[in-house]
Design a binder for this molecule. Structure first.
Ligand SMILES: [Zn+2]
Length: 379
């Protein structure tokens, strides 16, 4: 069994240990030590990283009480080595993990929901409470969690004996009776967990739920804590500053100004569409080829063209309208109240490398070619 220094003290950043074994593996070497402060992957938390002497620690895993460190250099058995953790990463995970216990504990006591899933990524975490939470619920959970941070409660971890354990109430995903490590947040939560946590809730720092969705009958919350919450805040602050500058808005008026501009853009778009429709009518060049009515315009949308075709539908047996776009392309609508237009459309697409189709008496699409050639096609 490897002695777990991280369980005795989660704040050990550097330690000395003896190499018990070293085996070559794919892309590295597997080391076991008599003791370690490197936390192996578990409880939803990733394995610690850092160095053993000058060898990089790539992965840490535990099996049957033995902790194996994957490193990029070989060692001699019996050698005394120094392990150094990547402390910033580990501490940020301790903040996040303890924050997750606190929030899950608060949700459990307020609503009776369990946390069915916990995932930690580099900057954010997700937790999956088993029931539905409203916007107001989320706000209240967040407020309570941050109050618990200000109260600076003790966080302790211990292995109760099976008899004591059976009398305790705690959150757990597994029904173990032996070797259960309980993590207690004074007055807020008791949960079975193997990972290192901070020792006071004050060290968690800011807790912020940045997103939430309904998920598998419950919820999925995305959360940031501590250093990651601070960085998230800084990023949002920088973004806000840029928008303030662009909009000439004061700090608290940014969203109001964006809404205002959004409405202005919406009405301007509607005006552009109206003018475009007017322009397409003004530019309309109508030609009669036998019983076919051909119409040519520029820059019209399909909606504008549809209106033009409908207005002129009775003026020809077949009505084919084209709107010129960029690079010799034409959008088309071909319609008839008496004929099946599909063969004509097929032939048109073939001759002008086009795409499109529709119903027997209506088709729309796009072709590439010249106006004169299109006229010749219908002649
Ligand atoms: Zn934990």
């Amino acid at each position: 069994m490897t002695i777990k220094l991280y369980e005795e003290n989660a704040y050990i950043k550097e330690f000395e240990a003896e190499i018990l074994s070293c085996e070559e593996c794919k892309n590295g070497f597997l080391l076991t030590l008599d003791k370690t402060a490197f936390f192996p992957e578990g409880g939803g938390q990733q394995a610690d990283t850092g160095f053993i002497n000058d060898a990089k620690v790539l992965d840490v895993q535990e099996k049957d009480g033995i902790i194996t460190h994957k490193v990029d250099k070989a060692f001699t058995v019996g050698e005394t080595v120094t392990g150094k953790l990547d402390w910033n990463t580990r501490f940020s995970r301790m903040q996040g993990h303890t924050g997750e216990h606190l929030v899950s504990g608060i949700i459990h006591s307020m609503f009776g929901y369990d946390n069915l899933g916990f995932h930690m990524s580099e900057k954010t975490m997700t937790l999956d409470p088993s029931g539905i939470l409203t916007d107001e619920d989320i706000k209240e959970i967040e407020r309570k969690a941050n109050m618990a941070v200000y109260e600076n409660r003790d966080v302790t971890a211990y292995y109760p004996d099976p008899k004591t354990l059976s009398t305790l109430e705690y959150r757990s995903k597994l029904d173990l009776v032996e070797g259960v490590r309980l993590v207690n947040i004074d007055s807020y939560d008791t949960c079975a967990c193997c990972a290192p946590h901070v020792s006071k809730t004050g060290e968690i720092g800011l807790i912020k739920i940045i997103d939430y969705i309904q998920y598998k009958g419950g919820m999925r919350l995305t959360m940031v804590c501590g250093i990651n919450a601070f960085e998230d805040y800084s990023k949002l602050h920088d973004d806000n500053k840029e928008l303030m500058h662009l909009l000439s808005a004061s700090r608290d008026k940014v969203s109001e100004f964006v809404v205002r501009d959004h409405e202005v853009i919406g009405s301007q778009k509607a005006e552009i569409n109206r003018l475009n429709a007017e322009l397409s009518i003004a530019n309309l060049d109508i030609k009669e080829v036998g019983t076919t009515l051909l119409g040519f315009t520029k820059g019209a949308s399909f909606d504008d063209m549809r209106n033009l075709v409908n207005e002129n539908l009775e003026k020809g047996e077949l009505v084919a309208f084209f709107s010129e776009g960029e690079n010799d392309t034409f959008s088309y609508i071909i319609s008839s109240s008496t004929l099946d237009v599909r063969d004509t459309v097929k032939a048109l697409n073939e001759q002008f490398s086009g795409k499109g189709g529709g119903r027997p008496n209506y088709a729309q699409g796009k072709i590439t070619g010249f106006k004169n050639d299109i006229i010749s096609f219908f002649e």
